[in-house]
Design a protein around this ligand. Structure first.
Ligand code: KG4
Ligand code: ZN
Length: 340
C-alpha cells in the first residue's frame, strides 16, 4: 500500500491531496481563485502566484485533516513541476520540497498532463495499450500509451487548444472566463443552425486546428451585427460545440482505427463537456475491444488528486527528484527523460 501527498499549483487552482495506490482519493483540497481573474478575461500570472502563496499551507492542512493522516503515514510527496506558469508552479514546488525535507519523504516529479490522464483511474483502471484524448485550456493532444508511464504524442493542435477556443468564443459572447461550462450548458438548449467549417478535415494524421473555427464564429457574429440581425446565443453555442466535437471525434476515430487499444481515456478540463462525453460514448460502439474511460467530472479540472494518481506510477518506477528539482513551464510528453 502506497499513500502519497500531492501538490498542484500550475495555473489558478491551489490544491493538495492524499491518494492511496494511485486510485483511492483520501482527500482533495482545492482552492480556486477564478473570481480574481474573471474581470481580466484570463489568468493574471502575478495575481495567481500571490493566491497560491496564501492558500498553499491552508490546502495542505485541509488535505491532511480530511484524509485523517499524519506525515508518518505517507510514502512520498508528488508535485507538478510543469507545464504551467512559472510563478505558480514555484509555490507548489516549494511547498512540496519543504514538506518532503521536513518529513524525510521522497520527492516525486509529476507532469501535469500525465496527471490529467491518470485521473481516469478514479473511474476504472486504465488498461494498456491505451489512447488518451487530452483536452484542456492549454493542450489538445492524442497520446498513445503502450504501457504505464509511456507517452507518445500522435497528434496535437497547431494553434489554439480546445478549451482556449471555448474561452475565446465565450469572450465574444460576453460570457465569464473560463467559458467552457457556460457554452456547454447553452449548447444543450440550442440547435445546430450554422455549419462551421472543420479545419484540416481532409488532411491525414491526428493533428487539430481550432483558430479557424474561432475566426468563423467571430465573422458570423460581426456579419449578423452589421445586418442588424440577432443570433440566438444557444444556437450559436450549439453550432460551435458541434464543430469542436466533430473535429475531436474524427481524429480520435482515426487514431483508434490505426492503433487498436484497450482503453480510450478522455482527460483535461474540456473532458467535462457533456456533448463530447456523449459523442465518444457513441464512437466507442464502433470499437468493441476498447473501453471508454472518461475522467470523472469532479476530477477533470486541475486538482492535486490527479497528481497523486500519476505520482504513484512514478513511485513504482522509482522516478524521484532531488531538492534541486526546478519548474519546467514548457514540459510536454515524453516524460521525465531528465530524471531517469
Ligand atoms: O485542465 P484545465 O482545468 O486547465 C488547464 O490545464 O488548462 O482546463 C480548463 C479548460 C478551460 O478552457 C475551460 O473553459 C474548459 O477547460 N472547460 C470546458 C468545460 N469545462 C471546462 N470546456 C468545454 N466544456 C466544458 N463543460
Ligand atoms: Zn490542467
Amino acid at each position: 500500500m502506497t499513500t502519497l501527498i500531492a501538490f498542484e499549483s500550475s495555473a489558478d487552482e491551489t490544491s493538495v491531496a492524499v491518494v492511496k495506490d494511485g486510485k483511492k482519493v483520501l482527500s482533495n483540497a482545492v482552492a480556486t481563485q477564478i473570481n480574481s481573474h474573471q474581470r481580466f478575461g484570463g489568468i493574471v500570472p502575478e495575481v495567481a502566484s500571490r493566491h497560491h502563496l496564501e492558500w498553499i499551507t491552508k490546502t495542505l492542512d485541509i488535505a491532511l485533516a480530511d484524509a485523517n493522516v499524519t506525515p508518518g503515514d505517507l510514502d512520498g510527496v508528488a508535485v507538478t513541476y510543469g507545464p504551467g506558469l512559472v510563478g505558480s508552479l514555484l509555490v507548489g514546488l516549494m511547498g512540496a520540497k519543504t514538506f518532503a525535507m521536513a518529513h524525510d519523504l521522497p520527492l516525486i516529479p509529476v507532469n501535469h498532463l500525465a496527471g490529467h490522464i491518470a485521473a481516469a483511474n478514479f473511474n476504472r483502471p486504465i488498461e494498456y495499450p491505451a489512447l488518451a484524448l487530452m483536452v484542456s485550456g492549454g493542450h489538445t493532444e492524442l497520446v498513445l500509451m503502450e504501457k504505464e508511464n509511456s507517452f507518445q504524442i500522435l497528434g496535437e493542435t497547431y494553434d489554439d487548444a480546445a478549451g482556449e477556443s471555448y474561452d475565446k468564443v465565450g469572450r465574444l459572447m460576453k460570457l465569464n472566463y473560463p467559458a467552457g461550462k457556460a457554452i456547454d450548458e447553452l449548447a444543450q438548449k440550442g440547435q445546430v443552425t450554422i455549419n462551421f467549417p472543420q479545419a484540416m478535415a481532409h488532411e491525414a494524421g491526428y493533428d487539430f486546428s481550432f483558430s479557424g473555427l474561432k475566426s468563423a464564429v467571430i465573422n458570423q457574429v460581426h456579419n449578423a451585427e452589421q445586418r442588424g440581425e440577432e443570433i440566438d446565443q444557444a444556437d450559436l453555442a450549439a453550432s460551435f460545440q458541434a464543430a469542436v466535437i466533430k473535429a475531436l471525434v474524427d481524429r480520435t476515430r482515426r487514431a483508434l482505427t490505426d492503433f487498436p487499444v484497450k482503453s480510450l481515456v478522455l482527460a483535461g478540463g474540456v473532458a467535462a463537456n457533456s456533448g463530447l462525453r456523449l459523442a465518444l460514448t457513441d464512437l466507442i460502439e464502433e470499437f468493441p475491444e476498447t473501453t471508454f474511460i472518461p475522467v470523472p467530472k469532479q476530477y477533470t479540472g486541475d486538482n492535486a488528486a490527479m497528481i497523486g494518481a500519476a505520482g504513484y506510477f512514478n513511485y513504482k518506477d522509482k522516478v524521484f527528484a532531488g531538492l534541486d528539482l526546478n519548474t519546467h513551464p514548457g514540459l510536454d510528453f515524453p516524460l521525465y527523460e531528465e530524471e531517469k
